[in-house]
Write a protein that binds this ligand. Sequence first.
Ligand SMILES: NC(=O)c1ccc[n+]([C@@H]2O[C@H](COP(=O)([O-])OP(=O)(O)OC[C@H]3O[C@@H](n4cnc5c(N)ncnc54)[C@H](OP(=O)(O)O)[C@@H]3O)[C@@H](O)[C@H]2O)c1
Length: 264
Amino acid sequence: MGVRLQGFNVFITGGSCGMGYEMAKELLSRGATVVISARGVEKLNKAYEKLKSEGYDVYSIPLDVTNEESVNNAVTWYKEHFDHLDMLVNNAGIGNNAPGMISIKDNKHFYDIPVSTFKSIVETNFNGIFLVSRAFVPIMIEKGKGRIVNVSTSASTMTRKGMIPYGPSKAAMEAMSTILSEELKEFEITVNIICPGGPTDTDMTTEEMKTFFNENDIPILKSNILNKTILFLASPNADGLTGEKIIGKEFNEWLKNRNISFEC
Ligand SMILES: NC(=O)c1ccc[n+]([C@@H]2O[C@H](COP(=O)([O-])OP(=O)(O)OC[C@H]3O[C@@H](n4cnc5c(N)ncnc54)[C@H](OP(=O)(O)O)[C@@H]3O)[C@@H](O)[C@H]2O)c1
């Protein structure tokens, strides 16, 4: 029969394209109610219209995860429309596609990165998770349950040459996620990390990067690589599971190693 998610409410940051959009669509197709959010209103509306035209129970709200007022407005709007939140997916992120980011071909150093670019990547990938989580968590605490899923990157990306500040921003985010998973146990709120497990075919992976990966025989993953993992984390099979990092590409092995049978 597979996973059914009627009555299951999800809020996804960065749901207008890429992996966020794919995860939203997967959850919607199982009956969940999903709110997608992002900064760019045009792209967000297009994604919303597409999902709505397919008959899904989808909503959208503009949101900049780096802006406290924008985050608070989204929470106010959410509370006006819904009485509970089952899952928050902190997916919004920027990397080599960030304005001012150095080209992959340039072979430059960390000191060549404009300070404004450094700050915007850290603010999005690290501060943003803090701002969004602290604003939405009270809704979960009130109901005594909830799931937070934070989208990260591979461990090797965190410390690889040329990955400042993207890698460290995700490393800090993972450290924060682990602390959140401990602190929120008393409220029955779980916190887990997911990541694709390699470069993925989304807007974040620029054409220049795709060429580089192709030339170096590095496989590019499909943008739906996290769908099965997010479905699992939304399902009753993941009840109580917290503090984990699951790699989308290796999800089947992860299940096998833990003797978990999951029919999606
Ligand atoms: N692509 C990869 O190779 C790869 C690999 C490992 C991990 N990841 C991670 O996967 C996640 C999803 O990335 P993706 O590859 O699917 O990228 P994507 O296609 O570029 O999507 C990123 C989404 O985040 C939104 N966003 C960016 N900044 C935001 C902000 N300040 N506030 C709210 N929304 C914001 C974007 O919309 P707006 O720009 O309109 O706001 C968009 O909806 C990210 O956390 C990324 O770090 C990606």
